[in-house]
Design a protein around this ligand. Sequence first.
Ligand code: FES
Ligand SMILES: [Fe+2]
Length: 477
Amino acid sequence: MRRGPAGSCRAAARAPLQLGQRERRRACLARPAPAAAIRAGGGRAASGRSRRMGPVWGALLWGCGAALLCLLLQGAGEQPRGLLLLLPLAALAGALVEIARRPLRLLRLPEDVGYYPARTLRGSRHPGQQLPPVYPNGWFRLLDSEQLRPGDVRHVAALGEHFAVFRGLDGKAYVVDAYCPHLGANLAVGGQVVGRSCIECPFHGWQFNGEDGKCTRIPYAETVPECAKIKVWPSCEVAGIVAVWYHCDGIDPTWQIPELEKVSSQKWVFRGVTEHFVNAHIEEVPENAADTAHLSFLHKPSFLSGADLRCINSKLWSFFKHSWQAEWQPEPKPNTHCSVLNVKHSVTIFGRHFSLLALSVSARQVGPGLVFLTFKHAFLGQGVMVHSITPVEPLQQQVTHRIYYQRHIPAVFPKFLLWAESIQFERDIMVWNNKRFAAKPLLVKEDGPIQKHRRWFSQFYSENSPRLTSHKKTLDW
Ligand code: FES
Ligand SMILES: [Fe+2]
């Protein structure tokens, strides 16, 4: 069998662990750059730093081109002083073009957003009583597709499981249990992709097929026992994410993630991604859709006033307000695992309607872990934001938003949308990170269909769904 590109040490170094990435980011953020750095361009893997150099390289290229032109003209006896003045301008223009063109990447660490005072409150906080199970059944994002090149292996800890996610040389992403059935080594720590769809354990070299989990080779044994198998998790790749199907009873997928035709046909192109961590029960996040009353309070002050709840009502930005009209409802059979929130968003400036930021959004929740938000703007086109939520701990959620937008619309507009949305989302995070789950909330009829949402969401729990039983002993909550 042919060895994949990850068969070299260099390739292994290019395939850091999921946790390694976070540590890498932490190291980056420890430098003088602001903790809430907005990253323009680049992957979230090892290549991130060099790609962040993009605007600088763009500027240098423009500068070198202009310098070369000056030299040529000087050689020809011309006076290039005017051009010399243009040189820094050309370099600046190059940098700006690069910044505007590249996808936005805004990646927050768990402690970056929404704690007050800082992270110290986490230990003493009350999570609430009668919490629903912590891992619902459904499809969940594990990685973004660009984080997994052919031959890459990644370790992902989520949903109380440890996954080894790898991409075979056939280009397909596979998800298997991280722990080898032989003696328990972690396949994602030094494991290598072998051939089209196999992964090799770093400990004794057993090889497993990502299609069916069967062991295909034991380098020192004459025969491979029939029972030598690794667990294969149902997985798929849609809209730039690698997703896994989780069911506490091991039941196969009962529904699929819908294909986004505009994205797969490249009519809508990738314009950016954000990543956040939420310290709350998973159900708190989708419940936000049914809690329509909070929109006109928490999300009314201008996004320009930021995400810190202590400052959002600052007088400075009081001339700018968002207004929302929203309605949430579950979908009928056969899509009972879906629900839709229709939102009309508009902006008032000094009390007058400002149509440039008026948007219609249809947020279709597909199962417990994914939402597709389709945007329509009167003259700035259409796009979709893919929202994913994955429990990485019982009460910690990793949330990503990926935006795809019509190719002909300048990238600045969808990037601006994603950025503005992230500020509003961070306000929610500051609430979630400091609240407790209210099993019996005190509601008024204008609160929105919160209880209806809870009944709808309960379909994703089964009798054996894991519960949080001893959080005080086991969690840094
Ligand atoms: S532990 Fe994996 S091959 Fe031995
Ligand atoms: Fe919200």
